[in-house]
Design a protein around this ligand. Structure first.
Ligand SMILES: Cc1cc2nc3c(=O)[nH]c(=O)nc-3n(C[C@H](O)[C@H](O)[C@H](O)COP(=O)(O)OP(=O)(O)OC[C@H]3O[C@@H](n4cnc5c(N)ncnc54)[C@H](O)[C@@H]3O)c2cc1C
Length: 497
């Protein structure tokens, strides 16, 4: 079996493939595994370009099983006790969203007493979700595995959860703030910044519930430990990876996938091909559009990818002992990037573990939402691209200097990753780091893992499970092998590390 891509989905496909008697070979275009769960070292700092937090896995849940099967259950997690602090530069107001939901409700109401009803509705909704086993519901859904009455069966199994996803709960945070309406502008901005403004309200409630229950954890050793545990598991199971191997084409004969052709011209044959790479390029380039149908085309036309980010990493000779791991600044003056006026600067402060920086130093990572087209065009002129990266890094630093006097002089290392960087290393369409935009509509879509008319070919990865994420992407790898086993009338088996 050939697998395209050694991201989390490709590795999961490989592990489950090995468990089920296939000889799997992953072709990965980059020099390391992990895909967007990326990390690299610079001047003594471990730069983390990916996963911020993962769900903890209570024993007996589907997630717990997945982590054990993939060998990552021993990852070290620091408790995530706060989603972060929000700072309004214009008024100086701040709020921190912690595990204590009563305190959060109190603080939100203090921002805007006239919005007390909205706040109570939101926080009580989150509390209501606590204690429910959210992991088992709707987790790992593949149409091909549903059988004749699959949708009905799934709805029945998910009935406990579906009630949380109806009506007002299924509006995006932005729509909700407009329609409810949330009267205070800053409160609306705070709510929209809890995760992403386009996600549905049910997602925010679930996020708060998981936070309050202590079911979210920060990777103490970043993506590095997670990816290393995962690749070790794959090689222990006998799997093979070839790096620096860009797949340019899936070889198809008589509508059957037969192998892949790499950029170096070599051909590799297999009984099955699974693409755990970007969906857009898999369909349009690797398969040359031959199995593109109107349904898939409609997705490309109507479903936007998640906006990419510009991630700056500063290694600083400073500590941030009393600062939450994320601070979101609502800027008094926006930062201009191309035609965009970016109003929010998110900053990740890796102060929850000593593993990202030398003793007494800290890795901090300002992040800005930006546009693919701007960076992709700019990249055509290397000098301009470098100059712009530097300009924005300097501008971010000046903004942060206001909050952390002396910071500029404490910077020892600067690294800037643009949407183009994400594309260059992972090939994700338009530099998106989590696939499709996680809107209420898209989060409930189920994308086929097979293509009509093409046999022995399967899809995995964040693009076939809208919203992406670590567990969902890994689960798509499991799904791919489950579908293959089902079609081969072979029992699907698993083992734990
Ligand atoms: C900054 C950031 C923060 C995140 N935070 C979180 C978080 O807190 N929690 C969470 O759950 N998730 C988070 N995510 C998302 C999560 O990491 C991803 O959804 C998940 O890792 C996607 O895995 P994947 O294998 O589907 O895709 P990818 O990681 O994109 O893997 C695809 C792989 O295929 C390879 N490839 C592509 N094309 C080819 C080709 N033609 N030939 C050979 N190889 C190819 C790529 O190089 C890549 O290695 C975050 C992501 C980022 C970037």
């Amino acid at each position: 079996m050939i697998i395209i891509g050694a991201g989390l989905a490709g590795l999961a496909t490989g592990c489950y493939g090995q468990m089920n008697g296939f000889h799997t070979h992953i072709f990965e275009h980059h020099t390391t595994a992990g895909g967007v769960a990326a990390y690299w070292k610079r001047n003594g700092y471990l730069i983390d370009g990916g996963i911020h937090f993962v769900m903890r896995s209570p024993p007996g849940t589907a997630l717990d099983t997945l982590y054990h099967e993939m060998g990552v259950s021993q990852m070290k997690l620091a408790p995530l006790t706060s989603i972060g602090k929000v700072v309004d530069e214009t008024t100086g107001r701040t709020i921190e969203v912690t595990q204590d939901l009563d305190q959060v409700a109190h603080d939100l109401k203090a921002i805007s007493p006239e919005d007390a009803k909205v706040v109570d509705w939101l926080i009580n909704g989150a509390k209501d979700m606590m204690g429910k086993n959210l992991f088992s519901m709707g987790f790992g859904v593949a149409k091909e595995l549903m059988g004749r009455f699959g949708m009905l069966k799934m709805s029945w199994e998910m009935r406990g959860f579906l009630k949380y996803m109806m009506g007002k709960n299924n509006q995006s945070v932005t729509e909700f703030c407009q329609k409810f309406p949330v009267k205070d502008h800053w409160l609306a901005t705070v709510l929209q910044g809890l995760f992403l403004p386009q996600v549905p309200i049910w997602f925010i409630k679930m996020y708060l519930a998981l936070l309050a229950e202590g079911l979210l954890g920060l990777l103490e050793k970043g993506c590095q430990e997670f990816v290393e545990l995962f690749t070790n598991r794959y090689s222990d199971l006998g799997g093979e990876i070839t790096y620096r191997a860009l797949v340019e084409e899936v070889i198809v004969e008589n509508d059957q996938a037969r192998g892949v052709r790499l950029a170096d011209g070599t051909e590799h044959r297999a009984d099955y091909v699974v693409s755990a790479a970007d969906y857009y390029s898999t369909i349009n380039q690797l398969l040359k559009g031959r199995y593109l149908n109107s349904k898939i085309q409609a997705r490309f036309d109507n479903w936007p990818p998640l906006d990419p980010i510009l991630q700056i990493s500063f290694g600083v000779k400073r500590q941030f002992p009393d600062t939450p791991w994320i601070v979101l600044y609502h800027l008094q003056e926006p930062i201009s990037i191309g035609s965009q006026a970016v109003k929010t600067l998110g900053m990740r402060i890796c102060n929850y573990t000593p593993n990202f920086a030398p003793k007494g130093h800290t890795l901090i990572q300002p992040m800005l939402e930006t546009e693919w087209e701007y960076w992709s065009k700019l990249r055509e002129d290397r000098d301009q691209y470098q100059t712009e990266k530097q300009r924005i890094a300097e501008e971010c630093l000046q903004r942060l200097e206001r909050h952390y006097p002396g910071l500029t002089g404490q910077v020892e290392m600067t690294d800037v990753a643009t949407p183009h960087t994400y594309w260059r290393y992972t090939r994700n369409h338009q530099g998106s780091y989590m696939g499709w935009n996680p809107t209420p509509k898209l989060l409930t879509q189920i994308i086929e893992r097979t293509l009509p008319g093409l046999s022995h070919f399967y899809l995995a990865g964040q693009w076939v499970t809208p919203g992406g994420s670590v567990p969902a992407s890994m689960m798509t790898g499991r799904n791919a092998i489950e579908i293959i086993c089902q079609r081969e009338k072979q029992e699907f088996t698993t083992s734990k590390a």
